[in-house]
Design a protein around this ligand. Structure first.
Ligand SMILES: Nc1nc2c(ncn2[C@@H]2O[C@H](COP(=O)(O)OP(=O)(O)OP(=O)(O)O)[C@@H](O)[C@H]2O)c(=O)[nH]1
Ligand SMILES: [Mg+2]
Length: 221
């Protein structure tokens, strides 16, 4: 049989490089994928909150899409309750992920229509949790891609900086803006936050792999 020409050999090596690159990436993705996610409980009191495993919390304004992101990451539509009514998640909700660590769905802040006492109560609980969570490995800080960070967002950011906790900013509802608008927003916010935000959308699924990779690194330490 005739020997393949140099050009054919080059092509074979080019395609095998691409093939192995795709294979390696897929294997990495499968390794990081969440296989099991179970609701553990809703907590209203600090004393009851589990502290036996590593935790990754989801924080941000009410209605920003915390519960939706959590569902998107675990690949289940209804694990965390999603609502059109802001302020749906009122307790701190814990989900056990792959029997290894917890996702912590925090109540959203800045829900304008809530009665004053209720707002204070939520604020106190989140504040108390964040100040005592020794197992907290990282915080996913959600910002709506169409809005400017408000006073409440800056307060959470201030807390993050003081506590020196690792955080990942996520721009939610990325399907609502064009690619170039998202890129612009990402750069602008990246400069303010000093960490480049990851765009996420429940509709396109953009961002899932990158966010899972970030989480996996924090809980594997
Ligand atoms: N188009 C679009 N809508 C989204 C996306 N993520 C969330 N939403 C919608 O935004 C609304 C709020 O979503 P939730 O996930 O309940 O928000 P939350 O931050 O958990 O809200 P609270 O629990 O009230 O603090 C719902 O109507 C979702 O369907 C997204 O990526 N794209
Ligand atoms: Mg919620």
């Amino acid at each position: 049989m005739a020997e393949p020409t140099a050009q054919v050999k080059l092509k074979i090596s080019y395609f095998s490089t691409i093939f192995f690159d795709i294979l390696t990436r897929s294997l990495h993705f499968v390794k990081r994928m969440i296989r099991k996610a179970v609701f553990v409980g809703s907590y209203y009191k600090l004393e009851e909150i589990p502290a036996d495993r590593a935790q990754v919390a989801f924080g941000g304004r009410s209605n920003v899409g915390k519960s939706s992101l959590l569902n998107g990451l675990v690949g289940q539509k209804k694990l965390a309750r999603i609502s059109k009514t802001p302020g749906r998640t009122q307790a701190i909700n814990f989900f056990l992920i792959d029997d290894r660590y917890y996702f912590v769905d925090l109540p959203g802040y800045g829900f304008a229509n809530a009665p004053h006492e209720k707002r204070e109560e939520w604020g106190r609980l989140v504040d108390a949790y964040l100040n005592t969570a020794t197992q907290l490995r990282g915080l996913i800080f959600l910002l709506d891609c169409r809005r400017e960070p408000n006073e409440d967002d800056l307060m959470l950011l201030d807390w993050i900086e003081k506590k020196d906790v690792e955080f990942l900013p996520v721009l939610t509802k990325a399907d609502k803006l064009s690619r170039s608008q998202i890129a612009k927003k990402r750069d602008e916010l990246g400069k303010v936050l000093k960490v480049l935000p990851v765009p996420f959308s429940t509709i396109s699924g953009i961002g899932v792999t990158e966010i899972l990779k970030w989480i996996d690194k924090r809980v594997s330490r």
